[in-house]
Structures are given as structure tokens and as C-alpha cells.
Design a binder for this molecule. Structure first.
Ligand SMILES: Nc1ncnc2c1ncn2[C@@H]1O[C@H](COP(=O)(O)OP(=O)(O)O)[C@@H](O)[C@H]1O
Ligand SMILES: [Mg+2]
Length: 510
């Protein structure tokens, strides 16, 4: 007889259906796993054997074959332990043969029979619900699985024995409850920053419209400090966004104790990050920082210090909102719609923009150009807001702390985001669309300026030689400025301010 147990294989954040088939037939003692398993899956045999013996079940002295179907889908990870062990248990009569029929199963086994946490339980649970199945997952992942909906039947045992007892009816398990991670401390507040009104305003605009932002200024001006305060003003997550973001964190193994986080991601990779760390891939496909920042912020401090090739690998996800990774025999796609926030010094000495300062390596302009050349034009071209952050003056530093902090700014940001959500939902786009991510054709329509504004942009287009992309970018930022003012129409003031954020020098376009 062949026992079948439903489980999954992950392709990106997609859970694909996999069938574990277990057959025990008379013959030489043998235990084989076939069906394109990777090393972790092949090692499953040893863990399954150990866990069964620890649970008081000996493997029969027969020929055991486990087939993972479909055979052409690569199987990675350690979550096949549990479906294999349960298949064997059903085949030897340790649990009723029909007990597993309505369930999708995943989990890793310890040698003592405990069921340990695995990655990807949330997408597996959502996939199981879509297939009309229940889910058996490790105890620690139960709260995560419970997010897939109240109708989903979730069993989250801590050991094989607990599960066997549940099936026998001697110890029935309760359904786990969905959990939200308690916020780890309060976020740093904008009120800590003295002066820098222009930079704070830019931060608020970036948070409101989802625009990419670059701070350029001397060391110690407070660029890193400003960026670290962005999470405190980002708009709250919608339930849909919470699930989308958590699926990626689940696959990457970033969820602690199965609890979801309702904070928007803010990822800050170090400038020594490799391409695999930033965009994903490498050994055992995993989402990179760009995907972990999906729906939130990717902050790159000291931008020119990143390897240029690594930076350029971000251009594709910035355009398409997803990362595509080619593997040996298949392709994996992860969502990666992030907002880029970057900070840099104007030159290697850091002071090229300071009045009266002369760079050691020759003219300031050349020093700055050499340093800036590490960032490619096309990447720079995708940054809507480029702000110069001057050094804070002593006069600013001795001022009392500003009256307004993150709470006031966050309220304005949330209102501006809500206006965008309503507008784009009315055009049939997802409510999480922002002015920065809205299609170019639609932004022309929803940000069409009044007569005075149109006249301004016509003159600016000539004098600044605005490219088509530059034109749309200006409209996007102007639309956000109008949303912050609560105005239905983009006016001249909005366009004028938007144009001022384009930076003094236009980069060489790609
Ligand atoms: N505007 C400011 N208000 C208060 N403190 C500031 C300000 N700018 C800088 N500082 C102080 O200087 C330190 C360095 O700031 P930082 O953000 O690391 O500068 P940068 O990243 O521009 O080199 C901060 O930790 C803070 O103590
Ligand atoms: Mg810094």
C-alpha cells in the first residue's frame, strides 16, 4: 500500500503542492528518499529514523521508499521530515491511515522526536487554505499559521507523540491563536533633530509618497540620524500589506516565535553587502535585503562605498518591483517593491560643499565628481528627492528641542497616504499604490497642474532640459505635495517645490 501525505515546496514565496508517497514492501532493509531532494532532504532519513525510535516506534526491517512528487520540482529545506515520518507512521499503523487525508504537513524533526520550527509556514498555510486542506506544522509556528484565516484547521504539535495522541483522541490539541510581535522599544523620534528643517520636510514627503530619497552632506550633519527616524513617521500597514510582507519574512526565517510584526520594514544593510545579500540568491535560494524591505524602506548609508555592481543590481527591482534569481534549473521571483533612502558625503574628504573648504586632492568639484562617479547615472536617475544636508550650525544646536515631533509628522503622512489609497483604488489599482509607484500615464492624469503650474513646468522643461522621466518624476513629487496640503489639484507652488528637489545637477541619463 502507498500512503500519500500532502506537503509543499517553495518557489519564491509561492508554496507549490508536493505529494510525499511512502511505500513499505518486503525485501532487504533499506530506506531511500527519491524525487530531486537536496542535501537537507536526503539527511531527512536519519532524523526520521532517530525521531521514530525516540517516540517508541522502530522502523520495520523492510524496504521503505519515499517518493517526493512531482519529481522535476527541486525540493529544498528540512520541512519534509514531518510528512515523511507521518507517512511511515501511517504505513506501519501507528496512526490511522486516513488521519492525514485532509492536511498539508511540514516540519523538521529532532532526534528526540520533537518537531522544530521551519521557514515558510505562513505561505504554506495560505496555500493549504486555498487547496481546501488543513495544516500540520511545528508547535512554535502555530501562531504564524493561524494568520491564514479562522476557517483553516491548524494542528501545531510539539512532538510526534503529542500528534499521535491527538489522532488517537487521548489528548486533543487546541487551535493556535494568531500573534503580533510586541514592538521592541519605541522608535527614535524626529524631535531629537535640531534645525535641518529642509531635510525633515524631505523625509516627510518621501514617507508620504513613497519616493526614493538621497541625503548628501558633510559627516556629522545628521544624515544617518534623519534616516533612522523615518520608521517613526511611515504610514501604518494595511492587513493585506501585513500578510504580503510577512510571507517574505516567513520564507526568510525572520519571524520570531511565529509572531508577525506590524511595523513597516526598515532594512539597513552594511556597505560591504554582497549582491546575494542585497538582492537574494546564493546557496539555498533566500530573499535578500531588497525583498525583506518590500513594502518598506531600504536604507543604504554611505551609498558610494557600496560596490558599484551591487548597487546596479538594484536597478531592475526598482523598475519592476520584484527580484528574479536564476538557479541551476529554475527561476525564482521574490517581490521587492521598496523605497530607497540613501545617504552620502559629497566627496571622499566629506567637505566639498562647505564654503571656504578646499579638498586635499585638488579642486572640490573634481573630488566630488570622482566620489559621485561610483553611483551610476541610471540609479541616481531613479531617486526623486535629492537633498543637500548642510552641517548644523552651533546656533541651531543650542536651540531648545523642536515643538513638533514624529507624532505630528506621522499624522500628516497617514492622511496623505490615505488620499492616495482612495484615489488609486478608484482607478482600479491596489490601495497600497503610492504616487511613486503609480503608472506614468495615470500620474499625468491625476497630477495635471492648473494653468499657472502648466506655464511653470513648460518654462522649466526648457531651461532645465527636463527629460520625459524627469517630467514624470516632478509630477509625482508635486502630486505628493498637493496630497500633503489636502488639495485635489496640483498647483504652481507644488511644482516649484518639486522642481527644487531635483538637485543642482542632472545626472547623465541612461
Ligand atoms: N541636527 C542635529 N540635531 C542634533 N544632533 C545632531 C544633529 N546632527 C548631528 N547631530 C549629532 O551628530 C551625530 C552624528 O550624526 P550622524 O547622523 O551620524 O551624521 P552623518 O550621518 O551625517 O555623518 C549624531 O549622533 C548627533 O549626536
Ligand atoms: Mg552617517
Amino acid at each position: 500500500m502507498v500512503i500519500r501525505v500532502a506537503t509543499v515546496a517553495f518557489e519564491g514565496i509561492e508554496a507549490r503542492a508536493v505529494d510525499v508517497q511512502v511505500q513499505i514492501i518486503p525485501g532487504a532493509v533499506h530506506f531511500a528518499v527519491v524525487g530531486l531532494p537536496d542535501k537537507a532532504v536526503a539527511e531527512s532519513r536519519e532524523r526520521v529514523r532517530g525521531a521514530l525510535i525516540a517516540s517508541g516506534l522502530a522502523l520495520p526491517a523492510k524496504r521503505i521508499t519515499v517518493n517526493l512528487a512531482p519529481a522535476d520540482l527541486p525540493k529544498e529545506g528540512s520541512h519534509y521530515d514531518l510528512p515523511i515520518a507521518l507517512g511511515v507512521m501511517a504505513a506501519i499503523g501507528a496512526i490511522p491511515a486516513d488521519a492525514l487525508a485532509g492536511y498539508c504537513v511540514l516540519g523538521e524533526l529532532a532526534l528526540d522526536g520533537a518537531i522544530t520550527a521551519v521557514n515558510g509556514v505562513l505561505p504554506a498555510a495560505i496555500g493549504a487554505a486555498a487547496r481546501g486542506l488543513g495544516l500540520i506544522c511545528p508547535g512554535p509556528c502555530g501562531p504564524e499559521a493561524a494568520w491564514a484565516g479562522g476557517d483553516l484547521d491548524v494542528l501545531a504539535p510539539r512532538s510526534l507523540i503529542q500528534l499521535a495522541n491527538h489522532f488517537k483522541g487521548s489528548q486533543v490539541m487546541a487551535r493556535p491563536e494568531p500573534a503580533i510581535a510586541a514592538p521592541a522599544g519605541s522608535l527614535p523620534d524626529l524631535a531629537d533633530i535640531k534645525g535641518q528643517e529642509g531635510a525633515k520636510r524631505a523625509l516627510e514627503i518621501a514617507a508620504s509618497g513613497g519616493h526614493n530619497l538621497l541625503f548628501n552632506g558633510p559627516p556629522g550633519a545628521g544624515k544617518s540620524m534623519l534616516a533612522a527616524r523615518l520608521p517613526s513617521i511611515l504610514p501604518p500597514l494595511s492587513p493585506r500589506e501585513l500578510l504580503d510582507i510577512s510571507m517574505i519574512q516567513s520564507v526568510a526565517g525572520e519571524l520570531r516565535e511565529g509572531a508577525l510584526s506590524n511595523r513597516r520594514p526598515f532594512r539597513q544593510p552594511h556597505h560591504s553587502a554582497s549582491m546575494a545579500a542585497l538582492v537574494g540568491g546564493g546557496l539555498g535560494a533566500k530573499p535578500g535585503e531588497a525583498s525583506l524591505a518590500h513594502g518598506g524602506v531600504l536604507f543604504l548609508d554611505e551609498l558610494p562605498e557600496f560596490t558599484p555592481q551591487v548597487l546596479d543590481s538594484l536597478r531592475q527591482p526598482m523598475e519592476t518591483g520584484e527580484v528574479m534569481i536564476a538557479r541551476a534549473n529554475h527561476r525564482v521571483v521574490y517581490p521587492a517593491r521598496f523605497q530607497l533612502v540613501a545617504a552620502m558625503n559629497p566627496c571622499r574628504c566629506g567637505q566639498a560643499l562647505e564654503p571656504g573648504y578646499a579638498c586635499r586632492r585638488g579642486p572640490n568639484a573634481r573630488c566630488a565628481a570622482q566620489y559621485g562617479a561610483r553611483i551610476s547615472g541610471p540609479l541616481l536617475d531613479r531617486i526623486d528627492l535629492r537633498i543637500e544636508v548642510p552641517a548644523v550650525s552651533a546656533a541651531d544646536l543650542i536651540l531648545p528641542p523642536p515643538a513638533e515631533g514624529s507624532r505630528e509628522a506621522a499624522a500628516r503622512v497617514a492622511a496623505a497616504r490615505a488620499a492616495q489609497g482612495q484615489r488609486f483604488a478608484a482607478h482600479g489599482l491596489p490601495a497600497s499604490t503610492t504616487n511613486a509607484t503609480c503608472p506614468a500615464a495615470l500620474i499625468e492624469q491625476v497630477a495635471s497642474p492648473d494653468a499657472e503650474g502648466a506655464a511653470l513646468i513648460r518654462t522649466a522643461a526648457d531651461s532645465l532640459r527636463l527629460s520625459a522621466r524627469g517630467f514624470h518624476r516632478t509630477l509625482r513629487v508635486a502630486r505628493t505635495l498637493a496630497d500633503l496640503d489636502g488639495e485635489p489639484r496640483v498647483r504652481r507652488v507644488h511644482l516649484a517645490e518639486a522642481l527644487s528637489y531635483r538637485g543642482r545637477s542632472e545626472p547623465v541619463a541612461a
